[in-house]
Design a protein around this ligand. Sequence first.
Ligand code: ZN
Length: 602
Amino acid sequence: MIKYLKIVLPLLVLISCSNEADTVTEEDAKQFLADIQESAETEGPVIYSASWISSNFITYDSQVVMADFSKRYTLKGLEDARIASTYDDLELDPKDRRALSIIKNGFVMPPPLDEELAGELSGITTELEAMYGTGSHCFSDNDCYDLEGFEAIIDNSRDPDELLKAWSGWREIGKPMKDKYLRMVDIGNQGAQDLGFEGLSDLWFSKYDMPVSEFSESVDRVYEDLKPLYEGLQCHVRAELNEFYGDEVVPNEGSIPAHVLGNMWAQSWANVYDLVYQEESTGKSIDLTKVINDRGLTEVEMVEIAEDFFLSLGFEPLEDTFWERSLFVKPVDRNVVCHASAWDINPKTQDLRIKMCIEKNAEDFVTIHHELGHIFYYQAYADQPSVFQSGANDGFHEAVGDLLSLSITPNYLEKIGFVTKEEADLAKDNSIAFLMKQALDGVVPTPWTLMLDKWRMAVFNGDLTEDEMNNYWWELREKYQGVKSPIERPADAFDPGAKYHIPGNTPYTRYYLARVLQYQFHESLCEDIGFEGPLHECSIYDNEIAGEKLRAMLSLGQSEPWQDALESIIGTRELSGTAMLNYYAPLKEWLDEKNRDRSCGW
Ligand SMILES: [Zn+2]
């Protein structure tokens, strides 16, 4: 949950490209980067202010202003990307080379040079977004649902017929997207080639500081590491759902039908927790929501407690402007975008803000820690040039927020006086309940976050015929997630369209990276501070050693390859699933016991 407003700022000088490519010099490149920096400093904060207003005061005028800013800066960003690519053949200082390639890589669906095609692309992307945003389906005149309506059923209902109806109903919205989506990919590939990439796949995956094939191999290797844990989880959940729903709905073998997992995309199974785990009578989980309410905490006090977490690690206190300008409480008199986000309005003055309609409950308490993870990342890299003011790769920002969430342990809650030692001990006795909850929300998404871009890559590369596209989607879901479509899909189905990030063109591998990295950071920091005991009980709260390491890594921003940033904090350069396995080791042991007489796998 971060507002990614990567706006590449305009240049005052217009350079016409292509045929001048052989005349550019290193001096030109340096001047270009200096101009980018200057615009970022002078104009960046104004754009972010406009964007802040458009999210915090949703009115006709604020939307007009923002639409105008967006359009102009998209065009300018594209121009900058093209100028950056004219320096491709120059020998440059590595930092400058890195800065230029980041500028080139600022687009997910770049318009081609051909103006007519560029206009068509812009039309299609807007249309696809709108088709998703306004998507709804009617079974009859008085029986219509939008996503919210369908999700209310999928998340809560236990009636298989109702679930199936909602599940397939929402997938109707994908069908009309197919032709538009394919046309968009065609034009986008052209745009990527105009920027000097082989195509969209190359543009999307070449930013990971390693050859695309190597990157792809390394994420696959991590999945192989995690597979035994995921398989154990899938096996147990399948067996419990089979018991609840019977063989007709959930056979006790193979992949699990996607409509009974409590989530529209079966990407988190937290909503079926009560079906798959019965809490033991020993031990008692902490009811954090109750603690927050019993203590009469205000929304601002909840944020102050989260800030204290970071101060305990040695970060600088947030400026007064953070407290004055952030949005913490849903306003009663106007419309705002409530989706939690963290904003880097002006790095120079440390004008950082969060925007969140805080509810006084455990979930939001965790989310506040997550959002402040972004905020303190901004604080740490504020001295970097604007081009490098970003996460080491696109997974890092989310991983840092989630890293802190892992430290909200019973011991931490005891330290800040939320619970007594006795209550903390009782909670620790109930670790399987805690880990099961965490896993349904934290382990379950990993194969899903991996397969989504695998499908997209195949489409970008033109590896699939139109007829194969939907089937390949389900092939991957079965292969990676052990989840299948509950019914035969019709020939005209385009089920990927029913997930926002496909029509919305949001890269998804970042969520996979974040999931994996979060545990790697956690394990390594816990080792550094000499924590002994199960990893899920470790909190880095109040530890300067952990804080120093974390700050050093965050302060690099995007100035170094992410492997260097990773090495600076955990000592190795490799993505690995081992830390996640170690974190869930007690759960894995419990699952193995439960699954002993079951036949697992799919
Ligand atoms: Zn976030």
